[in-house]
Design a protein around this ligand. Structure first.
Ligand code: CTP
Ligand SMILES: C[C@](O)(CO)[C@H](O)COP(=O)(O)O
Length: 247
């Protein structure tokens, strides 16, 4: 790397947006669903672009994405702040790993292995700059990195394996958190952790799980209900309520 030893780490956004949104059941991927006047993905990109602490943001879409070009053309204010990478994989895990490799290729000497990467789902449009910068402030001196998450407040039941509609047991909720994104790690650690999980054939649904597989303990930072993941059709109404409130 061509950077001086005094270089302060930079912060890059990495937005996996190559999913199909099967559970949403629309005829197009849910990240392009209009919510409160603009596509779900644009809410996310606008938030990252609005933070002066974020150097640049990369969004990973599938190689045959037919929607992103029109969305970016309609949002010229994002042109200098966001780069589209057509490197989506068959899982979120692969989309993030491919995105890491592609962003490194684009940044070349404008990049260090110590720079932070904030991975955030396109499907969490409720993120705002306050939450984003809360995470960055909480983790900037952290040796591992971490994620936004919410303590579980409900009483938890495990369904019986023979009849999932009957309770097998009540699961203590002590110390349980629901993982959100962004999940923020230094480039090199994140790349190593996701590659290790892939090599060990582990199915993971978030980035922190891969880091945990290396024996490390990511930090939990309080998220917000507004940062929930838009997954099912009934989530649309709630997402619009949050998005119509001031960010
Ligand atoms: N092959 C994939 C699968 C998912 N994602 C992204 O990962 C995030 C979280 O995934 P999820 O909400 O599960 O989205 P989908 O996979 O699109 O939804 P579904 O599982 O209902 O198909 C989303 O931003 C999604 O676009 C991705 O980049 N590449
Ligand atoms: C990364 C994530 O948003 C954390 O909650 C989530 O795990 C990804 O989506 P999925 O629905 O679990 O596939």
């Amino acid at each position: 790397m061509s950077q001086s030893p005094s270089h302060s780490p930079r912060y890059f956004g990495l937005i996996p947006a190559a999913g199909v949104g099967a559970r949403m059941g629309k005829e197009f991927p849910k990240q392009y669903l209009p919510l409160a006047g603009k596509p779900m993905l644009q809410h996310v990109l606008d938030t990252f672009a609005a933070s002066t602490l974020i150097t640049h943001t990369f969004v990973v879409v599938s190689a045959d994405d037919g929607y992103i070009a029109a969305m970016m053309a309609a949002a010229p204010h994002l042109a200098d702040r966001v780069t589209v990478l057509y490197h989506g994989g068959d899982s979120r895990h692969l989309s993030v790993l491919n995105g890491l490799a592609a962003m490194r290729g684009r940044l070349r000497d404008q990049f260090s292995d110590d720079d932070w990467v904030l991975v955030h789902d396109a499907a969490r449009p409720g993120l705002n700059v306050t939450l984003l910068e809360r995470l960055m402030a909480a983790l900037k001196e952290d040796d591992v990195g971490g994620l936004l998450a919410l303590p579980v407040v409900d009483t938890l039941k495990r369904g019986a394996s023979t009849d999932g509609e009957r309770v097998k047991e009540t699961v203590p909720r002590d110390a349980l958190w629901a993982a959100q994104t962004p999940q923020m790690f230094r480039y090199q650690l994140l790349q190593r952790a996701l590659s290790y999980a892939l090599d060990n054939a582990e199915q993971i649904t978030d980035d922190a799980s891969a880091v945990e597989m290396l024996g490390l303990q990511p930090r939990l930072v309080a998220g917000s209900p507004r940062n929930f993941k838009v997954t099912l059709p009934h989530d649309i109404e709630l997402a619009e309520l949050f998005l119509k409130e001031s960010k």
